[in-house]
Design a protein around this ligand. Structure first.
Ligand SMILES: [Zn+2]
Ligand SMILES: [Zn+2]
Ligand SMILES: [Zn+2]
Length: 394
C-alpha cells in the first residue's frame, strides 16, 4: 500500500454556506452590496477555495473588507407627501450698524494684529459707510444609508442560524434611528446568515509559530549577548552560562495563540449590516458687490431669516434675491436626485441667513482707506491697513 500523506487540514470547497438573499457577501468588512455576485472571488483573506462565501439571497453584492456601494432602498411604501409651498415671506429687515460699532470692531481687529499701529483707528475719520448685506442659503439632507459586509469572530459555541430561515432583506431589518440631523452609526448582525468555518490562518490549530524567536522558544541572553560568559570570564548568572533564555512572547513554547480565532481554531462567519445616519449639506452665498471675498463669509454667522424642515422640502419661491431662489431650486433637485438613489432621505432642512456686510471708508493722513465689518460677530477685514510696522513692503 502506498503511504499517503494526509494533510492535517483539508479545506472544503465552499467554506461559507449559501444564505438566501446574501449571495456574494464577502468576508472582512465593508463592501457595500451593489454589484450582484460580482465580487465573490476576491475576499480579503486568502481563500482556500474559489467560492469562499455563501450566496445569501437579497445580499448578493455583499463583500468582505470594504469598498462596495450602498444598498438602494426599496421605493417608499406610502406615497410621498405633497410638498408645501414656502410660507409667505417675512418683512425683509436690513439691519445696519452705527459708526461707533464699526469703530469699536475696527479697534479690536487692529489690536489683535501685532504689527498694526492703532493710530489710524484713533485718528482716522470715517467718511462713508455702505451696506452690502447678502444672503446665505443652506440645504441639509438627513440620510439613512445601509451596506453589508461579511464578518467573522472566534467561534465559542454561539448559536449558528444560517439557512434556518431566509435572511430578512437589508432594508427590512429594524433599527433605532437617532433624532433628525444627528449623525450616528449602528451595526446589526443579520439574522440567519451565520455559519462555522475553520480558521485558515492557523489551519484549525489555534496557534501559529512565534515570530519573535522564530519558533525556537529561545532567545539570546541580553546580559552576555549569548556567550554565556561575563567579561570577567565568569559564567553569566542571568542565563546560567547557557547564553539562551526562554522567549517571553511565547513563554518558550515556540508558538503563539492565533489572533484571528483567539486559539479556537474555528470562526463564526456572518453578515453585518452597517447603518449610517448622516447629513449632506450645501451652501450658496448670493453675490454682493462689496469687494469682500466670499470665503470670508464662511467664518461668520448671519441673522436667520427663514428656516423650514420637513420630509422633502420644496424649492423656495418668491424670495427677493432671484439667485437664492434659483440656488434653492437647483440644490433641492440635486439632493433629491443624488441621495435618493443610494440612501433613504429622512428629512430635509433649508435656511436663509442674512449676513450683514458694512464697507467703511475712512481717511487717515489725507489718504482714503477701507475696511469691512461683517457677520453677527462683527468680524473685520482691512484690505489696505496703512500703518503696519513690520509687514509693509517699502
Ligand atoms: Zn517565541
Ligand atoms: Zn547570559
Ligand atoms: Zn486561527
Amino acid at each position: 500500500m502506498a503511504n499517503f500523506h494526509v494533510p492535517p487540514y483539508a479545506p472544503p470547497a465552499a467554506i461559507f454556506n449559501t444564505v438566501p438573499g446574501y449571495a456574494g457577501t464577502m468576508s472582512g468588512g465593508g463592501a457595500m452590496a451593489a454589484p450582484p455576485a460580482a465580487s465573490i472571488h476576491t475576499p480579503l483573506y486568502a481563500p482556500p477555495a474559489a467560492n469562499m462565501f455563501n450566496i445569501v439571497p437579497g445580499y448578493e453584492g455583499t463583500a468582505a473588507g470594504g469598498g462596495g456601494a450602498y444598498i438602494p432602498p426599496p421605493p417608499p411604501s406610502v406615497p410621498m407627501p405633497v410638498p408645501e409651498q414656502a410660507p409667505s415671506q417675512p418683512d425683509w429687515h436690513i439691519p445696519s450698524i452705527s459708526e461707533d460699532r464699526a469703530r469699536e470692531a475696527f479697534a479690536a481687529y487692529v489690536s489683535s494684529k501685532c504689527c498694526y499701529s492703532s493710530d489710524p483707528v484713533k485718528d482716522g475719520v470715517i467718511t462713508n459707510m455702505e451696506s452690502f448685506n447678502t444672503y446665505r442659503y443652506r440645504l441639509e439632507t438627513f440620510l439613512e444609508s445601509r451596506s453589508t459586509e461579511w464578518s467573522q469572530e472566534p467561534y465559542t459555541g454561539q448559536p449558528v442560524d444560517g439557512g434556518v430561515q431566509p435572511a430578512p432583506g437589508p432594508w427590512l431589518i429594524a433599527a433605532q434611528p437617532p433624532a433628525f440631523f444627528q449623525e450616528h452609526k449602528q451595526t446589526i448582525k443579520v439574522p440567519f446568515t451565520s455559519s462555522v468555518k475553520n480558521c485558515d490562518l492557523c489551519q484549525t490549530k489555534g496557534k501559529k509559530p512565534c515570530t519573535t524567536c522564530n519558533r525556537t522558544g529561545k532567545r539570546n541572553c541580553t546580559s552576555c549577548n549569548g556567550s554565556g560568559n561575563r567579561e570577567s570570564g565568569q559564567h553569566c548568572v542571568n542565563c546560567r552560562g547557557t547564553g539562551r533564555k526562554n522567549c517571553l512572547k511565547c513563554s518558550g513554547s515556540g508558538s503563539c495563540q492565533c489572533d484571528t480565532c483567539h486559539g479556537k481554531g474555528k470562526l463564526l462567519i456572518f453578515i453585518n449590516l452597517n447603518i449610517k445616519w448622516s447629513i449632506e449639506k450645501d451652501d450658496f452665498v448670493a453675490q454682493d458687490s462689496s469687494g469682500l471675498k466670499v470665503e470670508k463669509l464662511e467664518e461668520v454667522s448671519g441673522k436667520e431669516l427663514f428656516k423650514e424642515a420637513q420630509y422633502m422640502v420644496y424649492p423656495l419661491r418668491g424670495f427677493p434675491d432671484v439667485s437664492v431662489a434659483q440656488a434653492s431650486e437647483r440644490l433641492v433637485k440635486d439632493h433629491q436626485g443624488k441621495y435618493a438613489q443610494t440612501s433613504r432621505i429622512l428629512q430635509q432642512r433649508q435656511t436663509i441667513e442674512l449676513i450683514p456686510i458694512t464697507k467703511v471708508n475712512y481717511k487717515w493722513k489725507g489718504n482714503p482707506y477701507v475696511y469691512y465689518v461683517f457677520g453677527n460677530e462683527f468680524k473685520v477685514k482691512a484690505v489696505d491697513y496703512p500703518d503696519q510696522c513690520c509687514c509693509s513692503v517699502m
